[in-house]
Design a protein around this ligand. Sequence first.
Ligand SMILES: [Mn+2]
Length: 350
Amino acid sequence: MRKFKPILAYWGNFKHHFCTRAAQDVLKIGILDVPFEKGQDKSGVAKGPQKLREAGLIDKLNECCGSLDIKDYGEFSYKNNCKDAQVSNMKHYDDVISCSKELSDKVEEIVRDDRICLTLGGDHSIGIGTIHGHIKARNDENIAVLWVDAHADLNTNQTSTSGNAHGMPMAFLAKELASFWPSRPGAEWFTPRLSVRNLAYIGLRSVDPYENAIMHNLGISYFDMFDIQRYGIDAVVSAALDKMDPHHNKAIHVSFDIDSLDPLEAPSTGTPVRGGLLLREGIHIMSAVYKTGRLGAMDMVEVNPMIGSESDVDKTLSAAIHIIIAAFGRNKREIKADMQHILPPINGFS
Ligand SMILES: [Mn+2]
């Protein structure tokens, strides 16, 4: 009996936190490929989704995660409907805005289909569309966003040194930073709806001075590599979840940049930074999120199969797949067999 005690204790907690939603036997997932790479300079990241599929992502999900109902939404494409729009120091602004608008609608549709939306990028600028769409679908600004990344992606076009949009999505999304974007031509459809109170970072280790100042001024929750080394990944992911979701009742959006991992684990990415997460730490993050039962959407971004040797690419694809299958219940060791997946209901949608 002794060895079951921790499980029972966990189950007690679980029932305490979530008790309203009807049981759902099968985890419903919607997979969307977003081969967008104009948020940065290196070609190849648009091939990420196709290579993840060729490496067996969907088979692995079915093999390793038990009963899943996977709907394949295929490859996302968009029309550039604001070709004349531009702002200074933000490359391909018109494409980023056009893609974000249509991607937001698509993610909204998938979440409204009552599926956990798994978006395969693409560069990290697609986080603008996926998070905006997730919030729209729930008609609730209080989703919790866990941004797992070596970088804070908090630059605006006025502070970026590269002009690359993949370093700006969090600044674009944050309500508190809206005034730092005096004009966003072509983005009249867009209202920033994410408060940084609902955000936590894990894995940071390359943060610009401006981003650092913003994080401190706004009191953004972040757990950098120092915290992970000092407290361990289990304590860090618990603290991150508590900070952005103190009552444990929000749907969670994880935006996972593969460059959060150490380049030894995931070398094929555009902006690698040494001293990063081990693969097992990345897996642990997603297992912990899975166990909450409240994963609503996940992005896997910045896998670039045109960077590095064949073995580098294989290693990176395999790492990304391990992390994704953890998010959908791969590591079930500690989980009660009949544990249910429970998400908050989608408001205003029946
Ligand atoms: Mn990123």
